[in-house]
Design a protein around this ligand. Sequence first.
Ligand code: 0O2
Length: 263
Amino acid sequence: MKPWQPDQLTIDDGPPHNGERVVIDDLRLLREQFVDFMLGYKFAIDEVTTKIDILREDFNNAHEYNPIEHVRSRLKSPESVLEKVRRKNYAMNLAAIRENVLDIAGVRVVCSFISDIDTIRAMLVGQEDITVLEERDYITHRKPNGYQSLHLIVSIPVFRSDRTERIPVEIQIRTIAMDFWASLEHKIYYKYRGEVPPNLRSDLAQAAEVATQLDEKMEALHRQVDRGPQPKRGAVDSLDLSVLYNSLTAAHPVHLRPGDLPT
Ligand code: 0O2
């Protein structure tokens, strides 16, 4: 038997020909190769969520403000990856999946305000190991049903034990209001198996409009809040740390949290 190259790995060639039977060992190898393939996407999610956790903590430390409300991630199941390959008529092999199915790894970042979306986007795409492959702005160009979100397909390096892979990750960035709308719409869409009755569709479109108005109102309120002077980084290297040292080693030391350090 010829060894399989992962890139030409055939996942399903249809029914066996000439009464040939699929050998259990072959199936096991296919499974192992597929699990290994999917693991790269799981690691890519770990990389992106770590980046976002760092940004959240660092931004909060520097600005005393946290633009990230919560982060969720999902790895597409093997069934839905293969189902998408079938539906889109891609070749049933790993090379075609790698090239065409770019949403196997998904990370959703939910923020409070519309302006946070750009802030988060800029902090992510500015990182030198992140490459933007695609960007879909469903906020400027809302979907006809009302869906709003910023979608980035990025690729990031994942350092495996024997190789480095660049893996695509779909990052969705949206406000709480956009997320609230999308999760309800998702439930309704699945409940009606895609055939949402016209009255519900129109109510959803109206709700999307209300969500936008709320986002705009909240953004305006947010702008009115004076967050004081923004800290300056960069000019701190030459600061004399003796005062800090004395306070830490005094009889009654002042314990510092990260946000207390001089900025
Ligand atoms: P899930 O369960 O979130 O994973 P593609 O076929 O992926 O190349 P598509 O589907 O047009 O092209 O891509 P798009 O528009 O960027 O959407 C991908 C994801 O965005 C979806 O993933 C949803 O998560 C979300 N999304 C897009 N449109 C809508 C919408 O109208 N309503 C809601 N609630 N979510 C939407 P999945 O794989 O469909 O679902």
